[in-house]
Design a protein around this ligand. Structure first.
Ligand SMILES: [Zn+2]
Length: 387
């Protein structure tokens, strides 16, 4: 099956497509007034986008004046192609095959323990073969494969993976031996931030704080990931909050994630209660019953995390901070406690909220990265209505 290849010809074409994708039901006249381009130029560009099957005409809009000709609305053709995202967690591998608006065609959830080169090969192979068996016919086929890892990535290469020591595994070689689609790697917290920015916000800047065994953040400004000069921007779990504190894997002492990671909170509670295992749901039940130990570990987590959030606000001044943490999801009162603990004048206008997408944030962020590469558009803010 031969696939089309899309190459945007001009910056104006990219601009028009960006408006069509980010706002629903625009007419050619709307597009001309938004972009400042002439109606003739817009018509030419829209014709090409329709010929390229990226834009479709969806019907008749409202006339702007009585008796005027009713305009035809334009819409991004989300069925023009497909995206594959794979999230390699420390004890799971999840895959998503979706259309270009994030609507799901198939998902795969693997629980590999332990993760090593052989299991990665097996799980990637299962994901690709499962998806290949259900791929529908589209104009462009699969536009790319984004693989999320829990570690910093710079210019497409994994720097290290501190939470599962997979540094020696040739991820790219394995993936390239199984598929011929373009392959991109990105840090999972960065992809979560792209997913949240694109599908749940209308703000120009957003930071997504992911809390699992460690704490990492993705920073998005006007749709673009801020990764820093070495790919390690957003490693906020390694900001020092206690001088000469607990030693951390990174080589420092007193890092935030040694005090405020979900795992630290669960382990601390398990130790107090002499329990083998604690997760967010178990802790939530004790918290609901006003157990004094549960209240204390929750208060401690909020106290340390508030230092980290305060520092984030001082450094980046974002409009929105989204928390992606099973702990804050199960005990949403912790968001209010966290807000109350932010005393700084700088934090008074910050929107602080839980992630609506949760584990889907990373996979949807993968879709956004695929779209950014495929369409050469950085600023995407789509609606979640079709998900
Ligand atoms: Zn550290």
């Amino acid at each position: 099956m031969s696939q089309k290849i899309y190459t945007p010809r001009t910056a104006n074409e990219t601009l028009c497509l960006e408006y069509i994708m980010n706002r629903s039901n625009l007419s050619r006249a709307d597009l001309a007034s938004l972009t400042g381009l002439t109606k003739a130029t817009v018509s030419g560009i829209v014709k090409k986008l329709i010929d390229d099957q990226l834009v479709i005409e969806t019907g008749i809009g409202e006339s702007s004046n009585v008796g005027g000709r009713k305009p035809i609305n334009l819409q991004f053709n989300e069925k023009a192609g497909l995206s594959i995202s794979i999230d390699v967690g420390y004890n799971y591998v999840n895959g998503l095959l979706s259309y270009l608006d994030g609507s799901e065609i198939a998902t795969v959830k693997e629980k590999p323990i332990p993760l090593n080169e052989d299991t990665i090969k097996t799980y990637f192979s299962e994901i690709f073969s499962t998806f290949e068996s259900v791929i529908p016919k589209t104009a462009y086929g699969v536009i790319g494969v984004v693989i999320a890892v829990h570690g910093p990535v710079f210019q497409g290469d994994i720097l290290f993976t501190p939470h599962y020591n997979l540094d020696q595994i040739p991820f790219r070689k394995i993936a390239e031996s199984l598929t011929s689609y373009p392959i991109y790697f990105e840090n999972e917290a960065n992809l979560s931030a792209l997913g949240e920015y694109t599908f749940t916000s209308t703000s120009s800047s957003l930071i997504c704080v992911n809390m699992h065994s460690g704490i990492g953040a993705g920073i998005v400004q006007n749709g673009r990931l801020q990764v820093g000069s070495h790919g390690t921007a957003g490693e906020i779990g390694h900001q020092i909050v206690v001088l000469d504190g607990t030693p951390c894997r990174c080589g420092n002492h007193g890092c935030l994630e040694m005090y405020a990671a979900n795992m630290v909170c669960f382990d601390h509670f398990a130790e107090i209660k002499s329990m083998d295992y604690v997760n967010a749901i178990i802790l939530r039940e004790y918290y609901r019953n006003q157990d004094a130990d549960a209240l204390a570990v929750v208060a401690e987590n909020v106290r340390y995390l508030s230092v980290g959030i305060n520092n984030l606000v001082a450094h980046y001044d974002p409009e929105v901070i989204v928390l992606n943490s099973s702990l804050y999801w199960e005990i949403p009162e912790m968001i209010s406690l966290l807000k109350e603990s932010l005393h700084s004048h700088f934090a008074k206008d910050i929107i602080l909220r839980n992630s609506p997408l949760q584990e889907r944030a990373t996979l949807l962020g993968g879709l956004v990265l695929n779209l950014q590469h495929f369409l050469a558009i950085e600023h995407l803010q789509l609606t979640e209505s079709n998900l």
